[in-house]
Ligand binder design. Structure first.
Ligand SMILES: Cc1ncc(COP(=O)(O)O)c(C=O)c1O
Length: 410
């Protein structure tokens, strides 16, 4: 669940001692182990045994260029959500054919840039479909369906359901077909993405079956894309999914669908979190200890601007003391360096005794952490370190305050 290990009272990622990284590169620093990304990628390939399987990494989870280049070398494709994503993916070596762009309320100008870049567009609302058809009749398009199955690890990451703003509702599929016929659009893919951290397989199969029911209404399909949402356990006691078992059942369903359809379609997934969450940690340093009759606070040199998931989703990130792996467990609130009451990485958490100067390891920080970070309070972003085959390299330098101001304000 948490891929770190302790040897001789020291925390390691593979053969790399994490305290050495903190000493050499300072903190706050994100560290990603690409071997773990590779294992996750391979495990999806293994679970879904299909001759035409395509994994489109949802780069919104983490668009670090070294992670992208690594995934390109593994044969991955890309799920992009902005023209900026497309440019970064191209820079990392992906080709336009490797990329699918899912638009949510993008501007007409952005859509034109995507069209010019020859990337396939996934459209999930009637209004955009109509505008796209007018401007680009006879084009190839992927259609995003809202299967109206509500699922996901919290309400903020659910992306389907009758009241959701995403995807074409089942009741609107006929209206979508009218637009498609009017502009002779060529629907080559059907897509769904129910939500993130999907944990109920009954829900997932319901959504898959509904997607396939829509898919059979389109004659020229080349692929069906079941989106992302693969479950990552964050809490020590959190249950996960047996993806081998899930994969076998899905392949049976998909195989039957393809036989009835008369063609072996490509099977696509868009995992983000599953691919990178566990590969990453954030190293932070404890600047202050505040003990009152009511609370024990450990105050660290990072904050919600650099890892927002606890504040945004109430997400749990496991935290351990890198300097004191066997210390006596004590109850702490881990506070960030931003003057807002919500700036807490953990509340009333039992962690090995913490002293000023200790390095804490915030785990499962590879997905939706750095990619959601900002420079709020004018604090430069953390650095990013890559570990590959137990070798350490700087991926993104942490800017000094002066360099940061020079970069953004000169
Ligand atoms: C359309 C789409 N595909 C894929 C993903 C990736 O989801 P996850 O990181 O949970 O796998 C998202 C996440 O928001 C999404 O909106």
């Amino acid at each position: 669940m948490y891929p770190l290990h302790i040897t001789n009272n020291e925390y390691f990622f593979g053969d790399v001692k994490l305290l050495d990284i903190a000493k050499s590169f300072g903190t706050p620093t994100y560290v990603y182990d690409l071997d773990i990304v590779g294992e996750q990628y391979d495990s999806i390939k293994k679970s879904f045994d299909w001759p035409k399987l395509r994994i489109c990494y949802a780069m919104k989870a983490n668009s670090n260029i070294d992670i992208l280049k690594f995934l390109k070398s593994k044969g991955s494709s890309i799920d992009a959500v902005s023209y900026g994503d497309i440019l970064v993916a191209l820079k990392a070596g992906f080709t336009p054919e490797d990329i699918i762009y899912t638009t949510n309320n993008a501007s007409d100008e952005e859509i034109e840039l995507v069209v010019k870049s020859n990337v396939l567009i996934n459209i999930g609302d009637l209004s955009r479909l109509e505008k796209f058809g007018q401007k680009h009749p006879e084009s190839k398009v992927c259609l995003r369906i809202n299967t109206e199955v509500e699922s996901g690890e919290n309400d903020l990451v659910k992306t389907a359901g009758k009241e959701s703003q995403f995807g074409i509702l089942l009741e609107d599929v006929d209206a979508a077909k009218n637009i498609i016929e009017k502009y002779h659009l060529n629907i080559i893919g059907i897509h769904e993405h129910t939500g993130s951290g999907l944990y109920d397989t009954d829900d997932m199969f319901e959504s898959i079956n509904r997607t396939l029911n829509v898919a059979k209404k389109f004659e020229n399909l080349e692929f069906v894309d079941f989106g992302g949402g693969f479950k990552v356990p964050y809490k020590p006691d959190e249950h996960t999914i047996d993806y081998n078992k899930f994969g076998k059942k899905l392949i049976e369903i998909f195989d039957k669908f393809c036989k009835d359809y008369g063609k072996t379609l490509e099977l696509l997934f868009e995992p983000g979190k599953y691919m990178v969450a566990q590969s990453g940690i954030l190293l932070v340093e404890v600047n202050t200890i505040r003990k009152t009759p009511h609370k024990n606070y450990a105050g660290v040199n990072s904050g919600f601007s650099q890892l927002i998931r606890p504040l945004l989703y109430g997400a749990y990130h496991h935290i351990v003391n890198c300097n004191n792996p066997n210390g006596i467990k004590t109850k702490y609130d881990i506070a960030g360096n931003i003057c807002e009451g919500g700036d807490l990485f953990a509340k009333e958490r039992m962690i090995e005794e913490i002293r000023e100067g200790d390095i804490l390891i915030i785990q499962n920080a590879g997905a939706y952490c750095y990619s959601m970070a900002s420079v709020y309070n004018n604090r430069p972003l953390p650095g990013e370190i890559i570990i590959i085959k137990n070798k350490v390299k700087i991926s993104t330098e942490r800017l000094s305050f002066e360099k940061y101001v020079h970069k953004y304000f000169d």
